[in-house]
Design a protein around this ligand. Sequence first.
Ligand SMILES: *[C@@H]1O[C@H](CO)[C@@H](O)[C@H](O)[C@H]1NC(C)=O
Length: 407
Amino acid sequence: MMIQVILFGYFLTCVSVDGFRRTPATLILRDVPVAPDQSLETLTPFVPPSIPDPDAILLEAKVSSPQIPDAHVLLHADCNEQEVTCELSRYSPHGPQEAQEATHFLVSLSVEGGEFSTAFILQTSVVERDHSTLIQNKLGLPLSPSGTLLTEVIFLVFSHIKSVSAPLRGDVLLYCGFRQQETPLAQEVAVEWRLQHRGKGWKVFEMKTRLDDAEGSTVVLAERKGSSVNASLVVGQGDASLTLSRLKALDEGTYICTVTLGPFNAQQVIQLHVTQPPEVSLSEEKFVLKTDPPQTLSCHCSKYYPLDAQMEWWSLSPEDSEPKLLLDQGSLSSHRQHGDGSYSLSSHLSVPSSVSPGTRLTCRVSHQALDAPVSLTVVVESPTQGSYWWVLGFLIVSVLFFHQVMT
Ligand SMILES: *[C@@H]1O[C@H](CO)[C@@H](O)[C@H](O)[C@H]1NC(C)=O
């Protein structure tokens, strides 16, 4: 079943006299496929204005070929209270051009929450002009009898995930796909992945291939060690996903996937977050009170990423029913950074001799890579009979020794 969908967006004029002024525009997507079980009651069909308005920007596009993957997500964004972001701008194909009859627009469309994002290029369709044809005021383009600008999607790049988290030293797949109209725009395809982080940017991967001869023509022009894009998937399925292996903290940032097909290109942006939960350990497995305080109990958080980790000391004495946050939270070591970018941190707690045996001392660690805080506990034990006698024996021996020396 086919239905019509309307989406409101903003028109970003790039070449008109308005410069970069943002003007409201309407994008009418036709032929969005709808699953049989989807309810259509909440959808309002597009009704063309009874008197076409040459000032209004109404872009009408068919999305059946090439199909925009997951376009049905758009239909339910409203019910799910997800915001749809739509931006339109004039697009100029680059490189040497034959006299171009058509005008192009670039549309960026995404649904809040991130499971749908696409950038596509619209090409104006040929409109038969006669004396009654209206011309759009700002764009100078002929309008259809219902006042819309008729276009076709010719090329699109999409992603179904805007943000990915992966562990240090692990592997990750950053998804980026593309589709083009049935009559191929070009046989050469280039895939480029760039990383931007803290104001710096560099190329992670670049590849060129031909859609008609992937075997013979694939050239990898740049790559980070351990990165790859599968050329046969690029050619066979329009899948330009990037695999990164043995992740380091430095791999974190904003990835930009650019697919270039002949004179056209479009991009998708994906955030990669590297996370690694801390390994938490205590310096003592058994904590036996000694007679000569203070004794130190240390809690170590090792090899985690990113930097923010919170360590807390709690105690639960036999008299109490609830654990208490200790007033003295110990002293923190400075952060140590390892070769892979991960951090380690220790907290040293001076345990007062007044602590009663049976008290449970807990180190509690919170970090964004942990689903829940990790708590490690030792129970304070009174000096055992054996060690008590040992200490007493040692004292007697010392006293005797000094007695001998002095006399
Ligand atoms: C690329 O993808 C094809 C098709 O899925 C697969 O058969 C092949 O093993 C992949 N190549 C690499 C190097 O992963």
